[in-house]
Ligand binder design. Structure first.
Ligand code: ADP
Length: 691
């Protein structure tokens, strides 16, 4: 048609032939030019195709195209590598054949085909079975629908990035973050150890042994995944072959390597590691029962010191360890060591705190701790007892406020300066108790600098007893001087009288002898009191008849008085015991002479003996002035006398009843008193026979 159009209608035939030829040539030339252009276009398209092919191969992403029947039509090399198959086993194959056992993946692509909705770039895990790609792989993946002109979905483009490494790192980081926060939740060492093994199994390994050695003490924790028998076995191994850093059993070379070079990975089954770790055949046998496929030992280093070892092993899973596992284990070990170190430090602090608390609360002296601002911040039980204030009440007080200081010298500037210069202060003052009473105290205040600031520790000792003793000693000296002076004056007086008269004077000599005897009694009492103190009251026990002794004592006492009648009442049969006759004579002599002394008007005195089976009872009863009730608890104390005002005429050192009680107690006996002032007193002595 085009040729006819180019021929003119009115041209002659020969001219028209030539013209036709020329036109034909033109046409051929044009066609050739067109062909050339087409070739160039084809070449260009081929170039483009090669370019896109190169691009597809160069892109670090998996690219693929599946038709609407989910048959692979295109797959670049990266994607083929992801799938772990040669292209020949991919192209023309169905999705389910190429990636079996991944229903999520299938359903996702099927949905894109069915709905035409793209599946935007998202994370998807794909499980590959068999060959070198075995295991779970993580992809960032997108499926995009390919529609024809009518909008019908005729296939799906697939773009995938393998982010397994990234996911692993992210999971490792998450694991370590979780580990850090889990380890930070408790400072208790046992909880910390349990947390560590819980973290390790099964995340890092199938079984785990955690050994730590602190101040020579080994602590061990074992865990096995899904297998209590293995766990028991791990404990058994440790029980029989404890982990030792030092000592004859310590595997020094192994531990040295661990400390110096870091973790050891044994990729081989348990048999391979036996020569290095088994201490003897039995140990080797136990280790073999663990059936480990790989082992990893990670040192726990705290402040550059090996505090323990985290041993991880793969067992039933048959898994091995990868470099990433080692890194993770090392990171866990670092956190674990830190947590253990903290827990141990905390334990030490707690132990120290508990022992100091024990010392503090158990101290006999009152202790009050005061902050730099003068506020009391701590007080022990003794302080509460001494002051009568509760802890809370004490904490509401300030030092120097005068709340605790009774009348007397105030806390002066000089005292404050002494405390600040010497960091200590010592002095005596009167403490005012809550009930208003005051008590003398000796106190030592020590300034201590703590990280939180300086505090003053004040120790208060109740010195009322010491003051009392000092007072008693002074009174005693006055009394002794007075008691000795009387007889001495009498002796000197009678001696001088006889010298002046140059005659023997019977009355004078009697008086001198009596006064000497009085002096001797005083001195003996003082000696006996000293012996009681020194624990040297030795008894010479022998069979002694108490009835005979009591009668003799009553007769002896009667010679000293004419105003009193002393009656003795004894049993018909003798009461015999293992007693020191002289010492018991002293006991009854003291009681009878007191009965005489404290019944100045003269009255009846009785001394009675009764048999109580294993012991004998002797009571001395008078109808004298009696003893006030409040004096009874202290009646047998050394130097105690019921105020001299009661009976000015009765002299004494206040040692008689003290010695009496000591002698009775030396015999294993007891002495009691019952008395009614103005009516009389009864002293009862109970003596075990000791036969
Ligand atoms: P002393 O008689 O040397 O003072 P004691 O130790 O024998 O010392 O007695 C202590 C105190 O007990 C006496 O000072 C006296 O006040 C009181 N006492 C002892 N025996 C009697 C008694 N039988 N009746 C009343 N008071 C007594």
């Amino acid at each position: 048609m085009a040729v006819e159009q180019e021929r003119g209608h009115d041209e002659p035939a020969h001219t028209s032939d030539a013209a036709a030829l020329g036109a034909l040539r033109d046409r051929v030339a044009k066609l050739e030019a067109r062909l050339e252009r087409a070739d160039a276009t084809i070449e260009q398209l081929r170039d483009d195709q090669r370019f896109f092919e190169r691009l597809n191969e160069a892109v670090p992403a998996g690219l693929a195209y599946l038709d609407d029947r989910l048959i692979y039509r295109y797959c670049n090399a990266t994607n083929a590598a992801f799938l772990g198959r040669p292209l020949a086993q991919i192209l023309g194959q169905h999705l389910r054949t190429v990636v079996p056992e991944n229903p999520t993946l299938w359903q996702t692509i099927e949905l894109v085909v069915a709905t035409g909705e793209p599946y935007p770039l998202q994370e998807l895990s794909i499980v590959f079975a068999g060959r070198e790609r075995e295991g779970v792989h993580h992809f960032l993946i997108a499926f995009l629908p390919d529609r024809d002109a009518s909008g019908h979905v005729r296939g799906v483009f697939l773009i995938a990035h393998d982010i397994s490494e990234l996911v692993r790192t992210r999971e490792a980081l998450r694991f370590l973050t979780d580990a850090s926060s889990a380890l930070a939740t408790s400072l208790d060492i046992d909880t910390t150890l349990a947390t560590i093994v819980e973290l390790a199994v099964p995340r890092l390994s199938d079984m785990c042994l955690l050994d730590i050695v602190v101040s020579g003490e080994t602590r061990v924790l074992a865990a096995a995944h899904d297998d209590p028998r293995t766990q028991a076995l791990l404990y058994e191994i440790r029980e029989r072959y404890p982990f030792e850093l030092t000592g004859p059993d310590a595997n020094i070379a192994w531990l040295d390597r661990l400390t110096g070079e870091g973790p050891i990975i044994q990729a081989a089954p348990v048999e391979a590691m036996l020569p290095l770790y088994a201490r003897d055949d039995a140990h080797a046998e136990l280790l073999q029962q663990l059936r480990t496929s790989a082992t990893m030992f990670v040192p726990l280093l705290a402040r550059d010191r090996l505090v323990g070892v985290l041993s991880l092993a793969m067992g039933r899973s048959g898994r091995g360890f990868e470099l990433a596992d080692l890194t993770l284990a090392e990171e866990l070990a670092r956190r674990a060591a830190l947590a253990i170190d903290n827990a141990l430090l905390f334990e030490q602090v707690q132990t120290a705190e508990a022992s100091y608390r024990g010392l503090f609360d158990g101290a006999a002296d009152a202790i009050i701790v005061t902050a730099a601002n003068g506020q009391h911040i701590e007080a022990n039980e003794a302080a509460v007892e001494l002051t009568g204030y509760s802890r809370e009440e004490l904490f509401a007080m300030r030092i120097g406020s005068g709340a605790l200081m009774a009348e007397g010298p105030e806390w002066t500037q000089i005292d404050a300066e002494q405390l600040s210069q010497n960091s200590s202060w010592r002095g005596e003052w009167e403490l005012r108790r809550k009930d208003g009473s005051s008590v003398p105290v000796e106190s030592v205040v020590q300034r201590v600098t703590l990280p939180s600031g300086s505090v003053s520790i004040g120790m208060l000792r109740d010195i009322s007893e010491r003051r009392q003793i000092e007072l008693m000693q002074r009174e005693f000296m006055a009394m002794v001087t007075h008691e000795l002076k009387g007889p001495l004056t009498a002796i000197r007086g009678f001696s001088q009288l006889m010298r002046r008269q140059s005659t023997y004077n019977e009355r004078g000599v009697d008086a001198i002898l009596n006064q000497s005897a009085q002096l001797e009694r005083l001195i003996n009492d003082m000696l006996d009191a000293t012996r009681v103190d020194a624990g040297q009251l030795d008894l010479r026990r022998a069979d002694t008849d108490l009835c005979e002794l009591v009668v003799a004592c009553a007769e002896q006492a009667q010679t000293a008085t004419t105003r009193h009648l002393i009656r003795s009442s004894v049993t018909a049969t003798p009461i015999v015991g293992q007693w020191d006759r002289d010492r018991l004579a002293q006991v009854f002599g003291n009681l009878l002479s007191n009965a005489i002394k404290y019944d100045p008007d003269g009255g009846d005195i009785s001394i009675a003996v009764s048999d109580d089976g294993d012991s004998a009872r002797v009571s001395v009863q008078d109808a004298g002035i009696g003893i006030p009730e409040e004096a009874i608890p202290r009646l047998f104390d050394r130097f105690f006398r019921v105020g001299d005002t009661t009976l000015a005429s009765a002299k004494g050192l206040g040692l008689g009843l003290f010695i009496t009680r000591s002698l009775v107690e030396a015999h294993g006996g007891t002495i009691e008193v019952s008395s009614t002032p103005g009516v009389g007193s009864t002293f009862t002595v109970l003596l075990p026979k000791g036969n």
